[in-house]
Unconditional design. Structure first.
Length: 106
């Protein structure tokens, strides 16, 4: 995948994450800078999702640790077996936000 399609995919994914957070009705603040999305919780903790163009990955930093997601069979999958991006984000957002949520890509 060349740079442009990858960056478009990252943009669509970050927008889908923002939409999923809005749909869940969570009290979080989000901010964007390029291909970096930060989710800030009431306690000041954050989850940061960053498109890594050179590696063709999405990197996620959360209290649970650092994770690298690669595109496999139309999904973002963790390179170390933690699972699909939105399922993982659901767990991490629930843990950091103190409220059970299920995020999905529409």
């Amino acid at each position: 995948m060349s740079d442009e399609p990858f960056l478009e995919l990252v943009e669509r994914t970050l927008l889908a994450i923002e939409d999923a957070l809005d749909a869940a009705g969570l009290e979080v603040e989000t901010s964007r800078s390029g291909h970096v999305l930060q989710i800030e919780f009431d306690d000041g903790s954050r989850i940061v999702i960053n498109g890594q163009e050179a590696m063709r990955e999405l990197w996620v930093a959360a209290r649970a640790g650092g994770f690298h997601f690669r595109r496999e069979a139309g999904q973002w999958m963790d390179s170390r077996g933690a699972g699909e991006l939105f399922a993982c984000l659901s767990r991490w957002v629930s843990a950091q936000g103190g409220e059970a949520v299920r995020l999905s890509a529409r």
